[in-house]
Design a protein. Structure first.
Length: 317
């Protein structure tokens, strides 16, 4: 039996569909009943609502060890998709608790229950940073601990360290580092930058995950990015598909520098979550690209055309 953590999230819910389509027996963790409606909608999207009833749901939390241990009974493989995502420095405690401590709990249970293999969903944020004039980032790009990073990136990198600890203790593991994952519609945005970011369709991500888990591969990490695309180009594609106005204001480095400071000030006055931080503003101008040669060669895999994918997805949405 397969266990999926974070089953009510974007990756987890699409992964459930994929696993059940392959006739796997699946147990999935949830924290509240309301979140199950979201998963049902994903199954409806694929016209697979009948498969939804085959899931064995169990109420548990990766930060509650007793409930997690119950969820691990009779499990052979684990997909760890659960994570907390935020770029607000105020969320540091929760980021570390879920992404580091929670992952450590999952790894410990995998070892204690003799799990055959673990797939950990990390992020490109946990990869190293391109140095000097080299703008290409691979799985081997060195992580510089002295370089300033946001709390989310640190938490995902530290989560990977827990997985590697499990590997050193005999647990078979694979790690995937996806870029920005697309699956549904997005709000209109009047601003754009000339930076790049890595994107991937959730279908491609879960395909790679299941192929890696069904292989003999262990002790490897893979960058999962279909395309390195400019922010402006991606936002234009989204706006066109939704018949919305394209972003029309160029957000220069000077403008984003002012914007993150204003956002910080408003967060203090209005007591709201940060939307833009100094580091996210800086990253929006990055021209670095993610190299996916490793996953393409390992699985002989071809990613979906992201522009066509976004057009089709958002038009249907």
């Amino acid at each position: 039996m397969i266990l999926v953590t974070g089953a009510t999230g974007l990756v987890g819910s699409h992964l459930l569909v994929k696993l059940l389509q392959e006739n796997e027996v699946v147990r999935a963790i949830y924290r509240n009943e309301k979140s199950l409606n979201t998963v049902q909608n994903v199954f409806k999207y694929y016209n697979e609502i009948k498969l939804f009833n085959k899931i064995e749901w169990i109420k548990a939390d990766i930060n509650d060890v007793p409930s997690l241990e119950i969820a691990f009974r009779n499990i052979t493989r684990v997909y760890h998709c659960a994570a907390f995502i935020s770029f607000d420095p105020k969320d540091e405690e929760q980021l570390f608790k879920v992404n580091i401590e929670g992952t450590a709990n999952v790894v410990n249970c995998c070892i204690d229950f003799g799990i055959e293999k673990l797939c950990y969903v990390s992020s490109v944020a946990a990869l190293g940073n391109a140095a000097n004039n080299n703008l290409i980032i691979t799985e081997e790009t060195e992580w510089n601990p002295e370089k300033r990073r946001n709390e989310y990136a640190i938490s995902k990198y530290a989560g990977e360290m827990e997985v590697w600890r499990g590997f050193q203790e005999g647990l078979k593991v694979v790690i995937v580092n996806p870029g920005v994952i697309f699956g549904y519609g997005f709000p209109n945005n009047p601003f754009y930058t000339k930076g790049k970011f890595g994107i991937v369709a959730v279908e491609d991500l879960v395909n790679c995950m299941t192929k890696l888990m069904n292989s003999s591969i262990s002790g490897e990490r893979y960058t999962i990015v279909a395309e390195n695309i400019k922010f402006q180009e991606a936002l234009n594609t989204i706006a066109d598909a939704l018949k919305l106005k394209r972003p029309f204001i160029y957000a220069s480095e000077s403008l984003t520098s002012i914007a993150w400071r204003l956002d910080w000030f408003l967060s203090l006055i209005l007591r709201k979550k940060r939307i833009l931080t100094r580091l996210t503003a800086k990253s929006s101008h990055s021209l670095s690209e993610y190299d996916t040669t490793k996953i393409k060669n390992t699985l002989d895999y071809n990613f979906l055309d992201m522009k066509e994918y976004l057009k089709k997805l958002l038009t249907n949405f």
